[in-house]
Write a protein that binds this ligand. Structure first.
Ligand code: SF4
Ligand code: SF4
Length: 573
């Protein structure tokens, strides 16, 4: 068994089109490897992290905006076609993609595009199936995990290294076929593959493209598929199966599965892998042959098309399948390895636990004292989100509870004057408008007090700004104590304050104003300043529901304030 050629980076690349993406996070929710990361914060930009992507394609149908794109190596495939001496392995699912073109028209189009030979991936399936049969007959195999699905293989390599020794040492059909073709035609042969699920990365294929890429290749080469003859003008390489089913499973093994043999387990989807890993590596159970695929098969792969057309695709493919060959179709004289070893691939980067803890702290906990785990960020749990964020692959902008708390805090910060703890001008303005509207409806008046500390600038100049701030805080405390919960006490700016006294007439307002004037006079004494240094002038105005449109209340209160100042200060007017 010859060692596998070194891998090169992925054949298919998943990318997110920033123009189409609305950052709804639907793709993040379905990605099994957290490979979709935040690339920018304002606005939220998403990208696929190539080394974490296992090319499962789940993000493709999940995106409601068709923003996820998949690109194969179309440039390389084009070069092979243009040189006219390469081979195209065209996987059988192509008949569904190119329908209503017939398989004959499609293959004729591939020739016309420049490929010297076109095969239909059957030889690869036959080679792989024969190898599985051989392995299965070699006892004892406690557990043997099917290794023809690149998504399964990548998931095992990255997430379940304990299963690596159980992966069947068999390569994927497209790779097996490429090796066979080179053994036949020489090691320099250039080989392109067009299909759904190429190996994630492998040097055995010179190019791998999607059917969408093949469409584009035809356009570039000026080839029209539908106008091709409906009969072969050049018969393609062998296309009849002998012992395999599509995907490289031997029919004989599939027969065994029909009898619910305990030596054969059929698993579809990656969700069962943790249980398989536990059974094999922890409980030391022999599971027999584990026939595992990430989907029902290539026809059910997200790249194949919508799930609700699966049965149509199956029927179409079955109707174009040529009759089985009675004889082996693989030339026994051609010696090509179908072996594979699957190396451990380092787990995704491990985040710093301290950074994860700090992010969890920022997120906080839900009302029940437990992590929110609300899923709004696209991750199942806060823990997984925090890990991705610690690696720089997620942004706090994705976390709704955190953003809501920040918004609350910002709103509170905007509502409260940080120096005095009274309401800000913004709250005053909104509440004044609200009280006027309410007064008009309920026919109730209210009073407004405008307060201005007397000669405060002199106090500041003489005793310093720190002393001035202390006085402002003490005056604010006095005002807070003098008003009811339903009233509004706000800092208007500098040493000016405004109080709205709800459901209070002019006389009531005057009483409160007088109490405030006296209280503030006492503030100076309490803080140890000379008597008469800290005083306030107060202007009073009333909202009269009988004359609701009569001028601006704050202006009226301000005018009254000037009258109080003119009357010698430390007064109410
Ligand atoms: S192809 Fe799969 S692994 Fe890659 S980004 Fe999409 S969902 Fe994630
Ligand atoms: S599913 Fe993903 S790629 Fe599509 S719009 Fe939402 S965030 Fe963007």
């Amino acid at each position: 068994m010859s060692p596998p050629a070194p891998d090169r980076s992925g054949h298919l690349n998943f990318v997110i089109d920033a123009e189409l993406c609305v950052a709804c996070l639907a793709c993040v929710r379905v990605c099994p490897t957290d490979a979709i990361a935040v690339a920018g914060d304002e606005p939220l930009l998403l990208q696929v992290v190539d080394e974490a992507c296992i090319r499962c394609g789940q993000c493709l149908p999940a995106c409601p905006h068709s923003a996820v794109k998949v690109n194969g190596e179309i440039g390389r495939a084009l070069a092979i076609a243009s040189q006219g001496d390469g081979v195209l392995i065209l996987s059988p699912e192509s008949v569904a993609h190119f329908y209503p073109a017939t398989p004959e028209q499609l293959i004729n189009a591939c020739y016309e595009a420049g490929f010297r030979a076109v095969t239909r991936g059957v030889i690869g399936d036959e080679l792989v199936a024969a190898e599985y049969l051989k392995l299965w007959e070699e006892e004892p195999w406690g557990t043997l995990i099917r290794s023809t699905d690149p998504v399964v293989v990548e998931t095992v390599r990255v997430q379940f290294p304990e299963l690596l020794p159980y992966l069947a040492p068999v390569t994927m059909p497209a790779v097996a076929e490429a090796r066979y073709l080179r053994a036949q035609h020489g090691s320099e042969l250039k080989i392109a593959y067009a299909g759904i699920c190429p190996p994630v990365s492998s040097s055995d294929l010179d190019a791998a493209i999607t059917f969408g890429d093949l469409d584009q290749l035809f356009r570039i080469r000026g080839v029209s598929v539908l106008t091709q003859p409906t009969f072969f003008h050049r018969v393609p390489e062998e296309r009849r199966r002998h012992l395999s089913a599509a995907g490289g499973m031997p029919l004989a093994l599939l027969e065994e599965s029909r009898y619910s043999s305990r030596r054969f387990r059929k698993i579809r989807g990656l969700d069962a892998l943790p249980a398989v890993a536990r059974a094999v590596a922890v409980d030391r159970l022999d599971l027999g042959f584990v026939d595992i695929l990430s989907t029902e098969g290539a026809l059910d792969h997200p790249l194949s098309g919508p799930t609700d057309e699966l049965y149509w695709r199956r029927e179409l493919l079955a109707s174009t399948e040529p009759p089985r060959s009675r004889q082996p179709i693989v030339d026994g004289a051609v010696v090509a390895s179908v072996g594979a070893t699957f190396a451990f691939k380092p787990r995704r980067l491990v985040p710093d636990p301290e950074a994860v803890g700090a992010i969890l702290e920022q997120i906080g906990r839900g009302p029940n004292g437990r992590p929110w785990d609300c899923g709004a960020c696209g991750f199942e749990t806060c823990q997984r989100f925090a890990e991705a964020a610690a690696l720089g692959r997620a942004s706090m902008r994705q976390c709704t509870p955190y953003q809501e708390r920040r918004a609350d805090e910002a709103q509170r910060a905007a509502a409260v004057d940080t120096m005095t703890g009274l309401s800000t001008y913004r709250v005053l303005r909104d509440r004044l408008a609200f009280e006027i509207e309410r007064g008009k409806r309920s026919y109730e008046g209210f009073a407004v007090l405008f307060l201005d500390l007397d000669r405060f600038k002199e106090v500041n100049d003489q005793y310093g700004h720190e002393a001035g701030n202390e006085i402002l805080r003490a005056v604010a405390g006095e005002i807070r104590n003098a008003v009811r919960a339903s009233d509004v006490a706000a800092r208007y700016g500098g040493d000016e304050f405004v109080v709205i006294l709800t459901r209070t007439d002019l006389q009531g307002g005057a009483r409160v104003a007088e109490a405030l004037r006296a209280g503030i006079e006492g503030v100076g004494r309490r803080l140890g300043y000379p008597s008469g240094l800290i005083t306030v002038s107060i202007g009073l105005a009333e909202f009269d529901p009988r004359q609701p449109g009569e001028g601006d209340l704050l202006v009226s209160a301000d005018r009254a304030l000037y009258r109080a100042k003119a009357a010698g200060r430390n007064a109410v007017a």
